[in-house]
Design a protein around this ligand. Structure first.
Ligand SMILES: [Zn+2]
Length: 79
C-alpha cells in the first residue's frame, strides 16, 4: 500500500490536466454515493406504502400515521 507521503509526491508530479481528471473522478464518486442513497430510501418507502411489513418487527399490522413531505407514513400496531 502506498504511504500518504508517496501519494502527495505523486499528486505533485501530476500535470494540471491529470489533477483535473482526478477531481472529476472524485466528484463522480460522490454523486454515485448520493444516487445509491436515494435508491435505498425509495425502496424503504415502497416497503411501507405497500403495507408489506414493519421494518422493525416484520408485522403486517400497520396503520396510516399522517404524512411527511407528502409521503404517507405508517405505524406498526405490534411495536
Ligand atoms: Zn413493528
Amino acid at each position: 500500500m502506498p504511504s500518504r507521503k508517496s501519494i502527495f509526491k505523486d499528486i505533485k508530479s501530476l500535470s494540471d490536466n491529470e489533477i483535473e481528471e482526478l477531481f472529476n473522478h472524485k466528484s463522480e464518486l460522490i454523486s454515485f454515493k448520493s444516487f445509491t442513497k436515494s435508491i435505498h430510501s425509495e425502496s424503504r418507502e415502497q416497503r411501507y406504502s405497500n403495507g408489506v411489513a414493519c421494518l422493525h418487527c416484520g408485522s403486517t399490522s400497520v396503520i396510516k400515521h399522517g404524512k411527511t413531505n407528502d409521503v404517507q407514513r405508517f405505524r406498526c400496531k405490534d411495536c
